[in-house]
Design a protein around this ligand. Structure first.
Ligand SMILES: [Zn+2]
Length: 120
C-alpha cells in the first residue's frame, strides 16, 4: 500500500513545518490529489490514521481536494476536464489528446495550525 508511505511523508513534512513555526498543533491538512496519481483516498485516510499518532498532526482534519484530469485540445484551443480518465479524447470534438495539463498532482497544499492561545 503506497498510500501508507505517502501518509508517512505528509506527516513528516507537516511535523517539520510545525517545528519551524514554534509550539502548536495542526488543525487541518489539505492535499491535492490528481485523478492520475493512483492514490486511493480511502487508503490514504487509513494510512494517515495509522501514522499520525503521537505527532502534532494527531488531531488534524485531512482534507483531500481531487483534481480532475485536464487535457489540452489543439483543435478547440482550450483545456477540458475529462469525464473518463480511460479515454484521452476531447469531450467537445473527439480528437485524441495526450497533452495532459492536470491530474497528476500529489501536493501538500495547505497546513492550518491551531492557535494555542485561543485553543486553550
Ligand atoms: Zn477539441
Amino acid at each position: 500500500m503506497h498510500e501508507l508511505s505517502i501518509a508517512n511523508r505528509v506527516v513528516e513534512l507537516v511535523t517539520e513545518r510545525v517545528r519551524e513555526a514554534g509550539p502548536g498543533r495542526v488543525a487541518a491538512i489539505t492535499l491535492r490529489i490528481g485523478a492520475l496519481s493512483c492514490v486511493h483516498e480511502d487508503a490514504l485516510r487509513f494510512g494517515f490514521d495509522l501514522v499520525r499518532e503521537g505527532t502534532p498532526a494527531s488531531d488534524a482534519e485531512l482534507r483531500i481536494v481531487k483534481v480532475p484530469v485536464t487535457i489540452w485540445c489543439a483543435a478547440c484551443e482550450r483545456e477540458f476536464a475529462l469525464p473518463d480518465v480511460r479515454k484521452f479524447t476531447c469531450p467537445a470534438c473527439g480528437v485524441p489528446s495526450g497533452d495532459i495539463r492536470a491530474g497528476r498532482e500529489l501536493d501538500l497544499e495547505a497546513i492550518e495550525l491551531t492557535d494555542e492561545a485561543t485553543a486553550g
